[in-house]
Design a binder for this molecule. Structure first.
Ligand SMILES: [Cu+2]
Length: 125
């Protein structure tokens, strides 16, 4: 049996749309080729459509008390140019391990110009 779920996700920093295909499959002959094709299609995509905008930056300051970070961030195409900017951070985002100088990839949600960081991960070289 093969169960397929396909959904659209936006690759925001490229203004492109890609198809995320998630396949839950049992390993059976005849299904393997399809499974491989789906794995290749979804290689550059997330499993679920993420909200907000993806960008990178260098942490300048971490304010644990107010859950804010000051980040020198790259351009977010169509949203804002590169700048050093203070962001509020969503309650479920881990902040304790973050420090000034860290290079991060992060996502921001735009609520009519109020930007909130919803995801932070170390930037891969
Ligand atoms: Cu900004």
């Amino acid at each position: 049996m093969t169960r397929l779920r396909a959904s659209l996700c936006e690759t925001l920093d490229r203004d492109a749309v890609c198809v995320v295909a998630t396949a839950t499959r049992r390993v059976r002959k005849g299904v393997a080729a399809l499974g491989l094709a789906l794995a290749l299609i979804s290689a550059g995509c997330r499993q679920t459509a993420p909200e907000g905008h993806a960008t990178r930056g260098v942490v300048q300051r971490v304010d644990l008390e107010h859950r804010e970070i000051l980040v020198d961030h790259e351009e977010i195409p169509g949203v804002m140019h590169e700048m050093t900017m203070l962001f509020g951070v969503a309650a479920d985002v881990e902040l304790e391990a973050l420090a000034a100088g860290d290079v991060i990839e992060f996502r921001v949600r735009d609520d009519d110009g109020l930007f909130t960081v919803t995801e932070i991960r170390p930037s891969l070289p």
